[in-house]
Design a protein around this ligand. Structure first.
Ligand code: HEC
Length: 470
């Protein structure tokens, strides 16, 4: 399944980002809106702010100390005081002044798309009608069941930080970082050196799709894999720390060793050769390069709990284990009837579990080199598998839109999460199993309470309004 998507990445290059840079735009045209029904904040106004303003005016980024993420923030105003919004008087409201671009600071600032005359007219009408607050109906976040906006990219990679404070989501060429508890968008990770075809800043994490992500267990780094490259990000600052390139194809799997000293990269061109490399954190030296280890793309990679071996899962249907740093072959496991898409290792080193394109999870006895059991895990391919901290339990996601917890020792299905009807590509789980995140085709990241199975948050890209709620 993922093969199709790596091949298709050229089609998903961010066309919009290549559009020419805008000059400082002049005043927005003033039009009269003929509408008999009153303007409703949550229906008419909030979507405009979400689309145009909240990336710079909400969560951890509040320019000018002005919070547009909530109605309360609009009323309170920013560093220029409360005159931002004067209910009933658009002419006296700085909010209207800056959006119409007649007053400074003109908003959104230079380089961003100005608001349309229709949007401006709606905001004006809303203010003149008394800037009514949202009706309380919306206070409790509701489960989104309708389709998300068309401008949302699928989530192909996800990671939950080891301290479970943040969730990182790869959407298209972007990485969005959220507060795992409140669901607030914190930042996007940006490689400042990336340029579009027109030479302008791309404002993206990778040139093409973010295929894989992992946090280091010590909480210092996030690694992300894209086409022929990986980037290591400093978690504290969100800055790019190191970029390694020259990989054969898309990097579809990344993993850190449990001591956070090494990380492994996997991929390879479909039907040609799997790529398996291990690097040292800090020096960024390559210490292992397994050649001809698999005859097809390697989709999953993980370290043994003692950090002395790696296991790889490939489209060639094999799971193989290698010694590091020598790269010496240790043993292989065969039994899946389709691509093997991920692999994990229990913390006692005794069992491996693999996710199959054949809809099954297979559990393997490492010492004996034998299959311990097959779990008919999902209704479609099992796209990712991840062990939960030191437990003998793991979480899987699948093409059937499900997210599930299993016990590796007895194959028991512990809990299911209904992750939306769409294809799920990516999961993240905190070491204690209480924070679970899933993402897939619909572009929405769903955060669950792993202990109860309850859906706690739905995370949309910054600036994308949630679909209209009833
Ligand atoms: C790309 C980032 C960015 C976006 C997008 C953006 N702003 Fe701003 N905004 C800023 C910055 C930076 C300042 C501070 C400018 C200054 O003080 O001179 C600011 C200041 C303001 C202020 C002044 C608040 C005060 O009291 O100081 C208002 C009002 C404002 N923005 C409204 C908006 C609105 C409305 C939108 C969306 C239509 C918007 N901004 C979108 C970056 C942004």
């Amino acid at each position: 399944m993922r093969v199709l998507f790596t091949v298709g990445l050229l089609m998903t290059l961010p066309v919009a980002a290549f559009a020419q840079e805008k000059k400082e735009a002049g005043p927005v045209k003033v039009i009269e809106l003929k509408r008999p029904e009153p303007v409703v904040y949550e229906k008419d106004i909030e979507p405009i702010f979400y689309k145009r303003c909240v990336t710079c005016h909400s969560g951890s980024v509040k320019e000018s100390n002005f919070d547009i993420g909530a109605y309360e923030g609009l009323i309170k105003g920013g560093k220029r005081g409360p005159k931002v919004l004067v209910p009933g008087k658009s002419a006296d409201s700085l909010l209207y002044g800056v959006m119409s671009r007649n007053e400074k600071p003109r908003m959104p600032p230079k380089g961003e798309e100005p608001v349309t005359p229709e949007e401006l007219a709606l905001v004006k009408l809303w203010i003149d009608q008394g800037a009514k607050a949202p009706s309380g109906l919306r206070a409790k976040p509701k489960v989104i069941v309708s389709a998300p906006p068309a401008n949302v990219n699928p989530v192909r990679a996800l990671a939950v930080s080891p301290d479970k404070s943040t969730v990182a989501a790869g959407r298209g060429n972007q990485i969005h970082v959220y507060d795992a508890g409140s669901g607030t968008y914190i930042r996007s990770l940006v490689d400042p050196a990336l340029k579009g075809l027109d030479g302008k800043d791309l404002k993206a994490a990778h040139l093409s799709i973010v295929e894989s992500m992992a946090y280091s267990p010590d909480g210092k780094y996030l690694v992300s894999g894209g086409f022929q490259e990986v980037v290591l990000w400093d978690i504290q600052t969100g800055q790019l720390r190191q970029k390694l390139s020259g990989f054969a194809h898309a990097v579809v799997a990344v993993a850190f060793s449990l001591d956070s000293k090494l990380f492994a990269v996997a991929g390879g061109e479909p039907t040609v050769e799997g790529e398996i490399k291990v690097f040292e954190v800090g020096s960024w030296n390559k210490i292992t390069d397994v050649k001809n280890g698999h005859s097809d793309t390697v989709y999953g990679i993980c370290f043994s709990p003692d950090n002395k071996m790696i296991a790889t899962a490939s489209a060639d249907k094999f799971i193989k284990v290698w010694e590091i740093p020598s790269g010496k072959f240790v043993k292989s496991f065969e039994g899946h009837t389709h691509h093997v898409l991920d692999v994990g290792w229990t913390s006692d080193g005794k069992l491996l579990a693999s996710a199959g394109g054949d809809n099954t999870v297979k559990v393997w006895d490492f010492e004996k080199g034998e299959q311990a059991r097959t779990i008919n895990a999902h209704g479609k391919q099992v796209t990712r598998l991840s062990f939960i901290g030191k437990k003998a339990e793991f979480v899987t996601c699948g093409g059937d839109g499900q997210v599930k917890f299993f016990n590796a020792q007895n194959g028991g299905n512990i809990r299911n999460f209904s992750g939306g009807a769409d294809f799920v590509y990516a999961i993240g789980v905190s070491p204690d199993g209480t924070v679970v995140a899933s993402g897939g085709q619909d572009g929405v990241v769903r955060v669950f309470n792993g202990a109860t199975g309850a859906l706690t948050r739905e995370l949309l890209p910054p600036g994308v309004a949630p679909p209209a709620k009833k």
